[in-house]
Design a protein around this ligand. Structure first.
Ligand code: BTN
Length: 248
């Protein structure tokens, strides 16, 4: 079943069951309009960052991908869109009374337990950017026993607030907030949200180990730069500015 709904300037495409909303969006990118949101109740082969998988934890969670077509040429700010979305998610969690933090670059966690993950993908045709796909998964209504079987500490919004969460209501809040500053974010870049992002950053001024490809860098997470990179003072007292990586 395919259902189309329009929210603000976004078009929602609901698919009952799909292997991956990101994969679907990528494969159908040329026919999907800018600001289309593909979402499903059953994602059978969810993709995660760094070639990991995103587990399916039941139908009443968020498995969604936003299709964006801001321009044909790539701009630096596009790589910060996952950070923009992570901030939006923390703001929405706050509306439910839940204090969440961002583990650089874009994992959202509550008390050290992951509640949301974001995966950005892109597609090019003849050197031109066809579009970006901003996929996000949010644990909204999970059972404790399912959450405990994941390979890392995780939680779900219903477990944090002690009540079932309305998925459509939550999704609408996220998309409304995403739209609110999207155009300005594309114009101004990460600087627009830097201070807000830093307030929500979980790890600043703390010792961290960051994996960058097959290398591990240990040090103190000192700052987030104007373009969203993580600045670390490593154990040899050298400053390292990391554009990609994974805090372990
Ligand atoms: C991560 O934390 O590793 C990122 C996980 C991203 C999961 C979402 S769920 C919807 C969208 N479709 C996918 O296949 N992956 C993303």
């Amino acid at each position: 079943m395919v259902v189309y709904i329009i929210i603000m300037s976004m078009e929602l495409l609901y698919l009952e069951k799909i292997d991956s909303t990101n994969k679907y969006a990528k494969e159908n990118l040329s026919s999907l309009a800018d600001m289309t949101v593909v979402y499903t109740s059953e994602q059978t082969s969810g993709r995660g960052r760094l070639n990991r998988k995103w587990s399916y934890l039941g139908g009443n969670n968020i498995y969604a991908s936003i299709v964006l077509k801001p321009s044909e040429e790539i701009k630096e700010v596009y790589s910060n869109l996952t950070q923009y979305l992570s901030l939006v998610l923390t703001e929405v969690f706050e509306e439910y009374g839940v204090d969440s933090r961002i583990k650089w670059p874009n994992d959202v966690r509550v008390n050290g337990k992951k509640i949301s993950g974001i995966l950005a993908e892109s597609a090019f045709v003849g050197g031109k950017l066809l579009g970006l796909i901003l996929g996000f998964g949010v644990n909204l209504n999970c059972q404790k026993k399912d959450i405990e079987n994941i390979d890392q500490p995780a939680t779900s919004l219903n477990l944090e607030v002690g009540a079932e969460i309305n998925r459509e209501e939550f999704l609408k809040k996220v998309l409304d907030k995403f739209c609110l500053r999207y155009n300005k974010f594309i114009e101004d870049g990460f600087l627009l949200i830097r201070e807000d992002y830093k307030k929500r950053a979980e790890f600043l001024n703390r010792p961290v180990t960051v994996r960058v490809f097959d290398k591990e860098i240990c040090g103190i997470a000192e700052d987030i730069t104007d373009n969203g990179a993580l600045k670390i003072i490593d154990d040899s007292d050298n400053e390292q500015v990391l554009l990609i990586g994974d805090i372990l």
